[in-house]
Design a protein. Structure first.
Length: 114
């Protein structure tokens, strides 16, 4: 996603979607990709936008891009992050491609395994 000022980029290390204002990182949605019973899943565990950019809808734009990209990669969204969880509740178009977080997801987040 990009417009005149803001853009979102997929980053590998650590795994995140990064929101930028020009070259400056101003927000992120962190995740861990896992395989659960043969299903590719992406666990979102933290989303944040710098305070000075608050109130502009940028966290929602970040979330929308992250969820669209996850769906395009044929991964199921698992929301542990409160922001992503609330975003899913308000946007039913993404709910079909999501699964409720289970204790196993928390175990996977806390382990070094994928």
């Amino acid at each position: 996603m990009s417009d005149n000022q803001f853009s979102v980029h997929f980053m590998d290390h650590p795994s995140r979607f990064e929101l930028r204002d020009g070259d400056a990182a101003i927000g992120e949605a962190r995740f861990k990709d896992v395989d659960v019973d043969g299903q590719a899943q992406r666990i979102f565990y933290h989303t944040e936008v710098s305070e000075e950019y608050g109130g502009q809808g940028l966290a929602g734009r970040l979330a929308a891009y992250a969820l669209q990209r996850t769906e395009a990669e044929n991964r199921v969204v698992v929301a542990v992050c409160p922001y992503i969880k609330a975003y899913l509740a308000k946007h039913p178009e993404y709910q079909e491609n999501s699964a409720a977080a289970q204790p196993r997801h928390l175990e996977l987040l806390n382990s070094g395994s994928k």
